[in-house]
Write a protein that binds this ligand. Sequence first.
Ligand SMILES: Cc1ncc(COP(=O)(O)O)c(C=O)c1O
Length: 380
Amino acid sequence: MRVYFDNAATTAMDERVIEAMIPYMREHYGNPSSVHSHGREVRTAIERSRKKVAELLNASPAEIFFTSGGTEADNTALICGIQTHGIQHAITTPMEHHAVLHTLEESAKKGMVKLSLVEVNNQGEINLDHLEDLLKSNPRSLVSVMHANNEIGNINDIHAIGTLAQEYDAFFHSDTVQTMGHYAHDLKTLPVDAIVAGGHKFHGPKGSGFLFVRKEKKITPFIYGGAQERNMRGGTENVIGIVGVAKALELAYEDMSSHRKHVETLKQRFIDQLNENIPGVAYNGLSADMDRSLYTVLNVSFPPSEENSGMLLFNLDLNGISASGGSACSSGATVGSHVLRALGAKAERDSVRFSFSRFNTTEEVDYTITKLKELYSVIA
Ligand SMILES: Cc1ncc(COP(=O)(O)O)c(C=O)c1O
């Protein structure tokens, strides 16, 4: 049996998304900037996709910019947000994806901003009092806090954080890569200035995504060139990816609650069976808290074992199970996970992230538990 439990890294494409994309590879190949009919029909597809995304998120089409994915959208929001609005101080968390953390660290290194990190506790929870202190002494900052963490699944209260940011006149960006297509975002009520998406995290194509920037917080272009994307991103559009990401989001919204129910059942079954069968098992961050973590992510901390230490992912792979790892250690061959380090996770425990999608089954959960039981039988 082959099991794919690495859906936070990327997901399988939905067949209906592939079907929607094919005509833009075969028949509709015009350049959307061309004014003739071949170009116009493709331009129409892009604008229809933009309108669809905007409708689903309760935003205006003029606030949606298609990008090559989450990383580009994060870079654009942060770098151009800082430059356009003359921001001198940035606040983020040590738990952010490198698309945010490295971008802000680099901006600080270049002297564009001073960078402050908000304190988190050993569960990965953000200290909101500390955030407020930082905002108080640095009004008009840029605040970047992810909606949900890709490694441990913690969901942050971006409503509360956004409200706080507004109070101190900050530009609030939230990396929503892991929640887009899995949770509903209402941009009329959510107090964010910029959010992002990567299509491949919700059964769309890789290399697709978008950035939302609120009208009132307009930013200058990231990529200079032609007038594409309302002068914001020069370069002939990735039409196939744009059609794909919009279709994937549409499908995600259509069946969001039933997908969620299915995946939640899988996650709960996984937790119950681990608790029953692996003595000493624990969970990183809020991962096992069904209300405060992504229903798609479970980050398991396994007890130290001579047979599996540093080899667990490899042993799972030998059994056909694909998952992701991340240890707290920073020496040796692997760099280790900055997120687990920020939590103060113990280096001697193996951490594995299992991440689920609507294409997974209970049989896959049961098979994985059986294999884990075998791998840990020596200590059980
Ligand atoms: C939280 C988060 N932000 C950003 C990214 C980068 O997205 P992309 O792969 O679309 O560039 C990822 C992908 O792993 C992610 O999980």
